[in-house]
Write a protein that binds this ligand. Structure first.
Ligand code: BEZ
Length: 381
């Protein structure tokens, strides 16, 4: 998000410093791993609209690289039509897609099995297929943004530079790192899951939880089988969540294997320091069981496992936060914050929004659903 914001600020010839806590392209934050889902189905019409608004920004970023950023294989949403999850509900998504004139097809359990290689599905399952869904080459996306910023005379990039303090003197912010102190009139804060370690310097925190999300890679036994990007909605059968998602085989992410992951964690974390690169083995087991029972053409033993660390807001649909700092921060309209949520599909677009907010104090895009509101606390010692 920082690289994307810098890219858009540079287009407006704004002198920009990017401070990265780790190295660029690290595996330590919510950009870990190299694939993400681009999908248009959402249960909220405003989210569908937002993904559609993101499309031209993907096309523009694509002009800067020969790597294919989006591998368009479609999005398949299927499962129990009664289930409402953090990703929503199939019926609600159909209504939101129709409201935005987005084409999709509906399927019953038999058709999902015949057309998309899933098996043993409960008879009541329904599905929708939306053809514009894609697997995002996240590494190429970040590399492209990094390269554009490296080539820009407006942008300075500093890595291994965690912020150790922010103070204000009149209208200027002084941002300290171990390597130096920098002065700026405006700040964009996009620390990913480490959000509160930065906002605390401005004496507020966000009311978030942390998920250390598990992913697994399964070997394709049948090279001809290709899955779309997909998500299955089911009621929990026991102590775990019961929603899984997956990807097609893609050339940039362990060719010969496909990624399947649980969209739940057995135990949310309450501190980023608890993050580990070792997946929760119960989550691994539940996912392997689902793959064994319901997917064809795969060896159901995972060959690789990984984790990705994300901060999520506590509301039911785990909304994004895009806003100015709270009014308790002097000159708060000069501080813009993005935090929380699954926003890989919005990377090129959110940089535009954040750059609008910090330069103009407003954006033409509708961000009214992503306000900090009561998702903050200001009692920081
Ligand atoms: C998403 O597209 O936002 C998403 C997909 C799978 C898991 C979590 C989020």
């Amino acid at each position: 998000m920082g690289l994307s914001t810098a890219y858009h600020l540079a287009k407006r010839k704004t002198k920009t410093l990017v401070l990265e806590r780790f190295a660029f392209l690290n595996q330590t934050g919510s950009s870990a791993g190299v694939s993400r889902q681009f999908r248009i189905p959402y249960p909220e019409s405003y989210m569908v609209k937002m993904v559609l608004e993101a499309v031209p920004f993907w096309h523009e970023l694509q002009t800067h690289t020969s790597a294919q950023l989006l591998d368009t294989v479609g999005t398949l949403w299927f499962g129990d039509p009664k289930v409402k999850s953090s990703e929503g509900n199939i019926g609600e998504a159909e209504i939101a897609l129709k409201a935005n004139n987005v084409a999709f097809t509906t399927l019953d359990a038999k058709q999902i099995e015949q057309q998309y290689h899933f098996r043993n599905l409960p008879k009541n399952f329904t599905g929708l297929f939306q053809a514009d869904g894609a697997s995002i080459d996240l590494r190429a996306t970040l590399e492209t943004l990094l390269k554009c910023n490296q080539e820009s005379s407006h942008v300075t990039l500093k890595e291994n530079s965690p912020v150790t303090g922010i103070t204000q003197s009149k209208k200027l912010f002084e941002v300290s790192t171990a390597h130096g102190t920098y002065v700026s009139e405006k700040l964009v804060l996009v620390p990913g899951p480490y959000v509160d370690e930065v906002t605390r310097f401005l004496k507020f925190g966000t009311d978030v939880i942390y998920w250390n999300m598990t992913s697994m890679y399964f070997k394709k036994k049948d090279p001809k089988i290709q899955y779309p990007t997909w998500f299955v909605f089911q009621n929990p059968a026991g102590p775990s969540g019961n929603e899984f998602y997956g990807f097609p085989e893609v050339p940039w992410d362990r060719p010969g294997y496909i990624r399947v992951a649980p969209d739940f964690v057995m135990k949310p974390l309450n501190d980023p320091a608890q993050r580990t690169s070792i997946p929760n083995q119960d989550e691994v087991r539940y996912t392997c069981d689902w793959v064994k029972d319901h997917m064809s053409g795969l060896d159901p033993n995972p060959y690789f496992e990984s984790t990705c660390f994300v901060a999520l807001s506590q509301d039911q649909n785990k909304e994004l936060i895009i806003d100015f700092a709270p009014a308790s921060v002097p000159n708060h309209k000069n501080v813009v914050i993005y935090a929380t949520g699954w926003a890989g599909k919005f990377v090129p677009f959110l940089g535009k929004i954040l750059s609008d907010l910090v330069l103009d104090g407003k954006t033409p895009y509708d961000i009214s659903h992503f306000r900090l509101g009561n998702k903050i606390f200001t009692s920081i010692p």
